[in-house]
Design a protein around this ligand. Structure first.
Ligand SMILES: NC(=O)c1ccc[n+]([C@@H]2O[C@H](COP(=O)([O-])OP(=O)(O)OC[C@H]3O[C@@H](n4cnc5c(N)ncnc54)[C@H](OP(=O)(O)O)[C@@H]3O)[C@@H](O)[C@H]2O)c1
Length: 341
């Protein structure tokens, strides 16, 4: 695994940058600068991404004010976040990102998606023109002239085989609107996607409650040096619920948690906010898997990025604990426990 721990002070000293002055932008990114933040190389893209990324669903919608999102994002960037994931169908998340940090564009890698011009659940558009058009709108919304990665958003295997969606990404790349092409999805379609010699990155669900990808796609990604961006990496922290959540999106993980009965999702360990509590164990499990590069954890909470980064600073879990989480999954997971969207 290609990783390092970089101290801001060390980088400043090494590069001769005076404290307090703006840090030099990287070539198409920047040197990692966060204190106590781990960065890894996102496969063949060469981008040095913070292992703890940010997923923008947590700032989407009317429930989160722009000022709140602005503080949350700027504070996380100040502390070393440099990989941000969003999508055109995450309500107003793209606009909020543009307003909050569009002026700091050379300080982060920006991943968005293509295929859903309207809201999630509306008919997707996998035509080449549609892909280019939705990317152009993302650029406007986020006040930028390029995305680092545009990912086909849960594109079916059938649409992948049809080919226009991929053609659209390639056209956008030729036009300089995106730097790399990615696929976001799970199960058989993700397996098909990584088998093609097309995608630079795969975004897929991996957590203690969602382990299919560990055997299905991660080995191929390692072999082909495909960058791996993990979505839902803390499994939506479903131990927070007293009973089955009404939110369908969280329910499958909650039900799996009950059956997996890991122990650490109950009682004092579930309540423990430290690295050996449920949140710490879940994040450290995902981040410790070979071939995983960045975890785009969702949050709407100011300060969560830093506190989660503190959990990751404890390093990978003890191998015996990883082994027991993997063994429990192998014992309990049914064939229908596929990667969740
Ligand atoms: N098809 C796709 O392409 C696709 C699908 C799903 C997700 N995604 C991407 O993946 C990102 C993450 O997905 P997600 O938000 O569903 O899953 P997640 O990151 O596993 O879960 C986020 C939830 O966990 C909570 N949380 C975070 N850290 C915690 C901690 N230490 N202790 C307790 N709770 C904690 C957050 O609450 P707080 O707000 O309180 O921090 C939030 O409710 C999305 O934002 C999106 O970018 C992509």
């Amino acid at each position: 695994m290609n990783s390092d721990w970089t101290r801001r002070g060390f980088i400043r000293a090494a590069s001769g940058t005076a404290a307090g002055l703006a840090l030099a932008p990287l070539a198409l990114g920047r040197e990692p600068v966060g204190e106590g933040v781990e960065y890894r190389t996102l496969g063949k893209t060469g981008m040095r991404v913070s292992v703890l990324g940010f997923g923008a669903t947590g700032i989407a919608g009317e429930g989160v004010e722009q000022d709140h999102a602005t503080i949350l994002l700027n504070q996380a960037l100040d502390n070393g976040l440099n990989s941000i994931d969003t999508a055109p169908c995450y309500l107003d998340a793209e606009e909020k990102i543009g307003r909050a940090i569009g002026h700091r564009r050379d300080e982060y890698f920006l991943f968005s998606k293509a295929g859903h011009f309207g809201h999630w659940g509306a008919e997707p558009d996998w035509s080449a023109d549609g892909i280019v058009r939705v990317i152009e709108r993302s650029l406007q919304r986020m006040k930028t002239d390029y995305l680092d990665v545009a990912q086909l958003h849960s594109c079916s295997e059938q649409a992948l085989r049809q080919g226009e969606a991929i053609e659209g990404l390639q056209r956008a790349k030729e036009q300089g609107k995106i730097r790399f092409v990615g696929y976001s999805g799970d199960d058989a379609a993700a397996r098909y996607a990584v088998g093609l010699d097309v995608f630079d990155t795969l975004m897929t669900s991996i957590s203690v409650f969602d382990q299919q990808a560990i055997d299905l796609t991660l080995p191929i990604c390692r072999q082909k040096n495909i960058g791996v961006i993990v979505k839902r990496p803390i499994g939506n922290a479903v131990w927070r619920y007293d009973g089955a959540p009404s939110n369908w999106y969280h329910r499958a993980y909650y039900q799996r948690m009950r059956e997996l009965d890991y122990g650490f999702t109950e009682g004092a360990t579930a309540a423990d906010r430290g690295p050996d509590g449920a949140g710490g164990i879940a994040l450290r499990f995902t981040a410790g898997l070979e071939g995983v590069h960045t975890l785009v954890t969702g949050t709407g909470r100011i300060g969560r990025w830093s506190s989660n980064n503190e959990l990751l600073r404890a390093g990978p879990l003890d191998p015996a604990q990883v082994e027991s989480i993997r063994a429990r999954w192998a014992e309990v997971a049914g064939d229908d426990w596929i990667g969740q969207i």
